[in-house]
Write a protein that binds this ligand. Structure first.
Ligand SMILES: Nc1nc2c(ncn2[C@@H]2O[C@H](COP(=O)(O)OP(=O)(O)OP(=O)(O)O)[C@@H](O)[C@H]2O)c(=O)[nH]1
Ligand SMILES: [Mg+2]
Length: 399
């Protein structure tokens, strides 16, 4: 188009125009100029139109291809990122599970030596299953504090299964025994502690079993789950008990509501409830005294505390956890029976499993009392409290 214009100019500029025609052609030249201008305008507008079309086409192309690809890329990126995140999260959880299990296994090593290792030795010594072998198993279970009643029931059930399924190989017996233990312990019992807002957890048990320590560990555990926790120092028996709880509260970063030594425990719980409400807490944990002279005293005190909670915090979910010291073996069973007579229990915390070979008492407690073990203490550290998992526990003591 510009070439045409250049040609025209060149033509006009180089042609020798006859001078005679000069005057007469002024009009013609003027006309030609107009033609030239018209042509230039036409071609410019054509060119603009063409470029506009090109631009539209390019824009359209860019829009469609880029948007789709970009979207796809973005989507893929998000997909990859979220898959990676999920994988990472799963790996973290698996690692956490493994380390929890290792800690549990380590904590239960004494019980495992008393049970799992001895059971392996007995089963390895027999070529076929007979009554003598079952008697040897019975002795091992009793010495690991599973208790006479639960042991007899386990061995009877095991014998029935062996006969029913016509099993001869002693190496299969351990897995059968694990299955029988699980059945007897009743997998359907609710093992989780209520964490729904608002919840009151009353912690009871005789002195020295680990109530205060458990409260400290549990507060920390709940706090790590972003729960707002508050503690009421309901054991007013000794000033040291209140100080001990405050130390745990500091460690876990949780406030402790307390009165002076000798104050009415129910009044402390009352203040604890008010604080839990006004500070918008999720969970209130109440310590109680274990040093009560007799069953009547214990019953009266727990009744009073329960009345206060019912009256002042009726909307709260309730947990009453009985703390038992695993090192006391069958004595823990007797304590549980006493507490069941004075108050309703929603779960058991079994402490000091790390220091005993009597971990089998877990099986007896849950089977005979049908109260779920909810937490187990496997050491004195703040992280040494675990949610009870029946499968992990059984694996940790039998394998
Ligand atoms: N090894 C071990 N020691 C524990 C565990 N739980 C608690 N203890 C220890 O047991 C002792 C008693 O614990 P406390 O928490 O004071 O017991 P308590 O029931 O509050 O006792 P009172 O306040 O006297 O009624 C402390 O030395 C704790 O460190 C555990 O799981 N393993
Ligand atoms: Mg205490």
């Amino acid at each position: 188009m510009f070439k045409w214009f250049k040609d025209k100019i060149a033509k006009n500029g180089t042609e020798e125009t006859p001078s005679v025609e000069e005057n007469k052609s002024e009009e013609i030249i003027e006309g030609e100029k107009e033609d030239v201008v018209e042509n230039i305008e036409e071609s410019i507008s054509e060119d603009v139109e063409l470029r506009e079309n090109d631009l539209e086409e390019i824009e359209e192309e860019v829009e469609t291809t880029t948007t789709e690809e970009d979207l796809k890329d973005d989507f893929d990126k998000v997909k990859v990122e979220s898959v990676e995140e999920v994988v990472e999260e799963k790996e973290d959880k698996a690692e956490e599970k493994v380390s929890l299990f290792q800690r549990l296994k380590q904590g239960l090593s004494k019980t495992r030596h008393e049970m799992g290792v001895k059971i392996n030795t007995v089963l390895g010594a027999y070529v076929k299953i007979d009554d003598e072998m079952l008697e040897d198993l019975e002795d091992i279970l009793i010495s690991a504090d599973i208790g006479m009643k639960t042991t007899m029931q386990l061995i009877d059930n095991l014998r029935d299964t062996i006969i029913e399924e016509k099993i001869n190989d002693p190496s299969l017996v351990k897995d059968l025994l694990k299955k029988e233990v699980k059945k007897l312990m009743n997998e359907d019992l609710p093992t989780e502690i209520s964490e729904e807002k608002p919840t009151v957890i009353l912690v009871v048990g005789v002195n020295g079993v680990g109530k205060t320590t458990t409260i400290g560990k549990l507060s920390n555990k709940l706090k790590m789950k972003d729960k707002k926790v508050i503690i009421a120092a309901g054991d007013t028996f000794r000033a040291a008990a209140i100080d001990q709880l405050k130390t745990w509260g500091d460690r876990a970063g949780v406030d402790v509501i307390s009165h002076k030594e000798g104050a009415d425990p129910a009044a402390v719980i009352f203040d604890g409830i008010s604080a839990a409400k006004s500070r918008n807490c999720d969970i209130l944990i109440c310590d109680t005294a274990g040093r009560l002279h007799n069953k009547v005293n214990l019953m009266q005190e727990l009744e009073k505390i329960n009345r206060i909670i019912d009256r002042e915090y009726s909307e709260a979910n309730r947990e009453t956890l009985l703390v038992l010291d695993a090192t006391t073996g069958q004595n823990a069973m007797n304590q549980a029976k006493t507490f069941m007579e004075v108050t309703e229990l929603s779960g058991i915390v079994l402490t000091k499993l790390d220091g005993t070979a009597k971990g089998g008492v877990v099986i007896a407690l849950q089977s005979e009392l049908q109260i779920p073990i909810k937490l187990v203490g496997v050491g004195e550290g703040i992280d040494d409290l675990q949610e009870f998992n029946m499968d992990s526990f059984i694996d940790a003591i039998f394998d």
